[in-house]
Design a protein around this ligand. Structure first.
Ligand code: SAM
Length: 289
């Protein structure tokens, strides 16, 4: 986990609306296909009733919000919230193309500090809750938007070492470059592994007013490219390896040839069934308001 403390979400939101939006857009297909395996596992574990009102926290491109809108049907409502305006603009465009602009609504808001509407029958999030400067304040705000007794369900990454997708590539890059101790580059706040500890997250959920807190481990291999080249590009741009490269700046550029060669060797070992596959591991978390 990032050891810095964050006063508010301003820097993280700017990062999501600029450099991270651009990177996510470039790898959108790979990301949403891989992330869907985990998001669908969460939805299957905690099925939604037809007619439910659902808030999708940190909805990104909103593919989950559209999937939820289809599941809850005409009498229900799916509201996608994201602090990055460019993700919301993209989500609104997709909802319109799918003819779901009435069933799925999208709002630009900071989940930690803005009104979230409601009451909802469910708060759902696929990897959208790990970036708050104050997770308890954000979870409390989410809890207040829920009907009494309703469920919050979220999928979050387990620790980095259990996610070969991220860990192996980062170890590979760290052989050649290290991120600087201090940086003036934008970063995404506490980061993708900030909710990996069930003890910590249970305490945060309890402090936010939830009870009946449960964690279920879910593991899946996901495809990070249809070729070794695609998988190397992915690792160079995204996740902890991509962050090391971005923050290392010129140092990374200087050693790019060696780093690409080492990543290529790593990815060759992960080829099967016409793609490059890497292990991932998450917690499917549920808690009652
Ligand atoms: C890893 S992405 C996940 C996106 C999407 N849920 C998915 O699975 O593809 C994290 C999302 O959380 C959003 N986010 C980060 N901090 C936020 C905040 N304080 N309030 C609302 N959304 C936030 C980001 O803009 C980004 O779209």
């Amino acid at each position: 986990m990032d050891s810095r403390t964050y006063e508010n979400n301003a820097e993280a939101i700017e990062a999501w609306d600029t450099v991270l939006f651009d990177k996510f857009s470039r790898f959108r297909d790979v990301l949403t296909r891989g992330f869907s395996i985990h998001g669908d596992a969460l939805l299957d574990r905690h099925p939604l009733r037809a007619g439910s009102r659902v808030l999708d926290v940190g909805c990104g491109f909103g593919d989950t919000t559209l999937a939820i809108a289809r599941r809850v049907g005409e009498g229900g409502e799916a509201v996608g919230i994201d602090a990055a305006a460019r993700f919301i603009a993209s989500a609104r465009g997709d909802a319109e193309s799918a003819g779901l602009q009435r069933a799925a609504r999208f709002v630009v808001a900071d989940v930690q500090s803005d009104p979230l509407g409601g009451p909802y029958d469910r708060v759902f999030s696929r990897f959208g809750t790990m970036f708050f400067a104050s997770p308890v304040a954000a979870l409390r705000n989410a809890r207040r938007s829920l009907a009494k007794g309703a469920l919050l369900t979220m999928v979050v990454w387990r620790k980095k070492e259990e996610n070969a997708l991220y860990f192996d590539a980062e170890q590979c890059v760290l052989q050649f470059v290290r991120p600087p101790e201090q940086t003036d580059q934008l970063t995404c706040g506490p980061g993708p592994f900030s909710m990996a500890s069930p003890d910590l997250v249970s305490a945060q959920l309890e402090a936010a007013g939830f009870d009946r807190i449960a964690f279920e481990r879910f593991d899946a291999d996901i495809c990070i490219g249809s070729s070794v080249e695609e998988a190397v590009d992915f690792a160079m741009a995204l996740g902890p390896a991509g962050e090391v490269m971005r923050l290392a700046g010129e140092e990374g550029e200087k050693r790019k040839g060696e780093i690409v060669a080492a990543l290529r060797e790593l990815m060759v070992g992960k080829v099967r069934d016409g793609g490059v596959y890497a292990g991932t591991s998450t917690w499917l978390v549920s808690a009652r308001a």
